[in-house]
Design a protein around this ligand. Sequence first.
Ligand code: FAD
Length: 330
Amino acid sequence: MSYNGVWTMAETNDGKLRTVAFELLTRGRKLADKLDVDLSSFIIGNNVSKEEANKLIEAGADKVYLMNDPRLEDFIVENYSNVMVSLVEEYKPEIILGAATTQGRTVLPHVAIRVNAGLTADCTELDIEEESGNLLQTRPAIGGNILATIHTPKHRPQMATVRPKSTSPAERVSGREGEIIELDFDPELLDGRAKRVDFRTTEGEDVNIVDADTIVAGGKGLKKSDNFEMIWKMADILGGAVGASRDAVEMDWISYPHQVGLSGKTVTPHLYIAIGISGAIQHLAGMKTADHIIAINEDPDADIFKVSDIGIVGNLFDLVPMINERLQEE
Ligand code: FAD
């Protein structure tokens, strides 16, 4: 049997599909249509209902492979990798996409090395080369200064992780038909060497800038930690989250989970307000797809203004308290 079909890994949390599973279907559908093959998703977990799996069908998957087992409740990379390798050997998908999340970034490379495939991490664009039918995988490289397109002409499956929020989730069409294939878990696939002994949330794990509709972000222009107060205040008034540039994080003015950019989070809020941020390419990589961008900077030539819908040139120490006061009056 030759390699055929596009597969996406659908991550779940407490039995519910994560949004990124639907983003991968947007990517997968485009590739499957170009290759004229089926698009399938697979779920490895516990207590994921068929109704939940059917949401993937509604969002464009032709087939969903669903493997539930209490022993798969915790994400243990060796177990998930064993399951995925067995699926690859049995079904031979031509392309496998996962999300560039903690899970995807951990398990896909583990699988890739075992099935002798290449893997391109953190892709922001995927396409099919017309003549060859090979996957073209585009990702930022050299500190985000270029976008490199990577070809993997010889190996199958072709594997990639895709940056979350780099595309919209596929829309669900109620009544769309497809097949859900329930798979039994083979206990032989349990690795047994690793198990979860405890689960602790670290500081900042409740910082969810990725799903925030409004983000107010501060940079080095704030000069010191205490001045971040005005950023928190604006975010509070607007009901948004607080983001930051890497320089602000490196100065210890705010913790890493707030960092936006190439080595931080990618966000696509409805409104992104950048305050005292220059707009380095690595910062833009994480926020330029926001629906609306407002920037405040004293330098009229700052790069952040190139991506802004509204640019306010001025001293943030005058402007931000004034804006906060006006917003509070509203
Ligand atoms: P600066 O570039 O110093 O900008 C400060 C801005 O504040 C200036 O534009 C200045 O005009 C303005 N300002 C100063 N005073 C005032 C005032 N009183 N009123 C108004 N404006 C004022 N950066 C990220 O942000 N996220 C990343 O994920 C990231 N990843 C990286 C990965 C790599 C591999 C590398 C090499 C770099 C990365 N960087 C990242 C760093 C990036 O290159 C920049 O150094 C960083 O974004 C700059 O942060 P900043 O805009 O806060 O500081």
